[in-house]
Ligand binder design. Structure first.
Ligand code: ATP
Length: 306
């Protein structure tokens, strides 16, 4: 068996800003070659965690190792080996794509993969366009190219698809996967649950600076209470569904019901039995799998009710 190589080790990490505890006792590792997602709502501590890993912020407590280096003490060495995607706002508006690529390439001593990136990201047709004239999707492609010119072993992306339409978002995911296939490990923060589900190999879910869950999206979704049955009926009542054993929650919209249960098989049987006894009709009955969004809402609810 090939031993797992950890490119990031985070152990009991904490960070405080005055009274605010942005990160609390966070521990996780990132394996070489994976796309690792850090997800959570606004203010969860995603950016702070990322900036500590990049050596931009100092930890208040705990240990962090990135590519075997201490991010703050060995920042210069780290910067040669990691890539950080800048926010589009930090690129000069009037600069042409070609000029930005040349400027950033001049920061690195060795050979860069500029030409390969222009080809791979389809930037050829945009080289003479000013940054301010690019659409959101193209801006993201350019900042991705600028972050990866030196073929970094590890790439950090903070909310890369923020503000992109679904098509541009999918294109960006394909590019991120290609960069991974070419050998980079990728750490990405997002608050789009769909992005975490479709793009990431493993996901750390944080809320209020604390790690709430860490697993592959598939295994996170195996959490039973995110699964439900869906059907349509004009006759069934909300309250009678809620009173069935094992049912956690019922959602009703027009004539469509979603019934979440701890024992879906048993609940499905109960629904059919109840409808049969009452002579009620059901249509389009389906077993459905919840999304990370559902799981996330569930965690937040647990948090609020204690
Ligand atoms: N420089 C700072 N000074 C004071 N408080 C800060 C600072 N940076 C972050 N915080 C606070 O730390 C907490 C975590 O913020 P952080 O930006 O890491 O969250 P986030 O998950 O990235 O959120 P978002 O998705 O909104 O960017 C928040 O309460 C934020 O207000």
């Amino acid at each position: 068996m090939i031993p797992i190589e950890h490119v990031i080790k985070v152990n009991h990490l904490s960070k405080t800003f005055g009274e605010t505890q942005a990160v609390k006792n966070l521990s996780f590792t990132v394996e070489k070659g994976e796309i690792f997602g850090i997800i959570g709502p606004n203010g969860a501590g995603k950016t702070t965690t990322l900036e500590i890993l990049e050596g931009i912020q100092k930890a208040s407590g705990g240990e962090v190792e990135v590519l075997g280096l201490h991010p703050v003490k060995q920042l210069r060495e780290l910067n040669n080996r990691i890539g950080v995607q800048f926010q589009a706002t930090s690129i000069q508006k009037k600069m042409k794509v070609k000029e930005a690529m040349d400027l950033f390439a001049s920061f690195y001593k060795g050979k860069t993969q500029k030409n390969e990136l222009i080809e791979m990201l389809g930037l050829q047709e945009k080289l003479d366009v000013r940054f301010e004239d690019l659409s959101g999707g193209w801006k993201q492609r350019v900042t991705l190219a600028l972050a990866t010119l030196h073929q970094p072993e590890l790439l950090f992306l903070d909310e890369p698809s923020m503000g992109l339409d679904p098509h541009a978002r999918r294109e960006l995911w394909a590019m991120i996967r290609t960069l991974r296939d070419k050998g980079s490990t990728i750490v990405v923060t997002t608050h789009y649950m769909e992005e975490a589900e479709k793009l990431c190999d493993r996901v750390a879910m944080i809320y209020s600076g604390e790690l709430k869950a860490l697993n592959t999206p598939n295994e996170l979704l195996d959490d039973v209470s995110t699964h439900y049955v869906r059907f349509e009926s004009e006759e069934v009542s909300y309250d009678s569904l809620l009173s069935l054993g094992d049912v956690i929650k019922v959602e009703k919209e027009e004539h469509e019901f979603k019934v979440f249960s701890e024992n879906l098989q048993q609940t499905a049987y109960q629904i059919f039995k109840y409808c049969d006894e009452e002579g009620m009709e059901l249509r389009n009955f389906k077993f459905e799998r919840g999304s990370l969004d559902d799981l996330f809402v569930q965690y937040l609810k647990k948090e609020k009710t204690g």
